[in-house]
Ligand binder design. Sequence first.
Ligand SMILES: NC(=O)c1ccc[n+]([C@@H]2O[C@H](COP(=O)([O-])OP(=O)(O)OC[C@H]3O[C@@H](n4cnc5c(N)ncnc54)[C@H](O)[C@@H]3O)[C@@H](O)[C@H]2O)c1
Length: 452
Amino acid sequence: MTDKSISRRKFLTNSAVVGTGLLVLPSGTLFGQNRPSNKLNIALVGAWGRASQHYGALQGENVVALCDVDKNNLAKAKAEFPQAAEYEDWRKCLDHKGLDAVLCCTTDHTHAFVANWALNRDLHVYLEKPLAITVNEARTLRATYLKKKGKLATQVGTQRHAHPNFNRLREMIQDGAIGNLKEAHAWARHAQSRPGYLPAAGPAPAHLNYDLWLGPSPEHPYNPGYFELGDRAGLGCQSWNKYWDFSMGYAGDWGSHTFDLVWNVIDAERPTSAKAESSETPNPETTPADLRASFMIPANDWRDEIRVTWHQSKTGPGSPLDWINLDTISHGALFKGDQGYVIADFQKRLLLPFGKNADLSYFDPRDRADTAADLGHFQHQWTNACKNGKPAETACNFEYGANMIETLCLGLAAFRAGADLDYDGAAGRVTNVASANEYLTKPYRQGWTMDG
Ligand SMILES: NC(=O)c1ccc[n+]([C@@H]2O[C@H](COP(=O)([O-])OP(=O)(O)OC[C@H]3O[C@@H](n4cnc5c(N)ncnc54)[C@H](O)[C@@H]3O)[C@@H](O)[C@H]2O)c1
């Protein structure tokens, strides 16, 4: 065994212990000392759409406050949680008396705002993906979280992370199944684009507070096109998430899920550089459909420096073998080591040793007892962590999630700047193309601050 694989094994043993440490304390012993039940008081911000897919997971808790800018959607949530107080403005909702936690399913351009305000109020947060839509938002949220780490439980809504395949991939690659890791790719197909912001189309309907929907976003006139899929729970985001002022496009949408397959393996913080390729020229209004963004990720104690690439396009990475067609995997990952490849989707993985010495003699798979415990129910991992005194143990806490989305946002900045970027991750600055720094943030409407 090399020094790196020894330290890798030591690290994995440690993380396996962490992984099995999730214990829910008996009712009332830690959280909610003065409560008759061990239930969290939760505010659901953005109360329908994707939120409705969390209703079941929240049945064991007290949903005490509902917030939605659309009265019709608020009414649907109220039918589910009749005892809850109703709010239109999340800034007021977060001050609801007695709150413990917030589950946020609003538009992407408000995620970092809602979450940062909630952390500032010492509330636990489950935040739908993407965690943020710019480098600066991700960094702000991570910084706030780190100040509260050990006290507040956070989870980014990348629920596919609960598939045991995530742990198995991490273990097999870190245990050396493909030798030394050299590069990694993640891809998702079917990205779409939009031509530009929609034209004014009269006033918003009375049930929608469009001004609050815009929130911190720069002003755009109302157009029903931004809501055209809003009656289909969990699909409404497809109406607005290709516009820079409202989101970050496919990299935040499926990137949050699929890039996670790679991010969970590589133990990365932030990249040192980013470059982007696309068949499209940057559109100042809308996000690209076709993008290949790659990042240099510094070495750590178990692997060398590696290149990691996010592909959102019809073509992903080349297949290692012509009889394996990666195009049939709509959301997947490819890991390349000096002794072979691993190909994966969310639930399956395929080990492909290659080369003269790829006899697997170098691979020492761990005993079953040393494998990480299954994460279990993803949302319950968060509600449990809110209560059990081990809040940092959620799989997709805001440190992990912010590092990942900061990386994807940097890839978009490279695309928009039309340049290869060198990045100082400690400072959060592009060091070689000063003008690219404008793409690390975005304009906000006057009166809105993340730090409320
Ligand atoms: N984890 C997943 O698999 C998954 C799946 C679908 C959507 N999502 C995420 O969930 C979020 C919501 O997506 P959706 O498709 O439900 O969108 P949507 O636009 O259909 O629904 C959002 C809901 O939040 C309300 N809302 C919007 N802005 C608000 C604000 N500022 N304050 C209060 N309420 C507000 C809307 O009225 C609506 O009820 C997005 O961030 C999306 O990326 C995640």
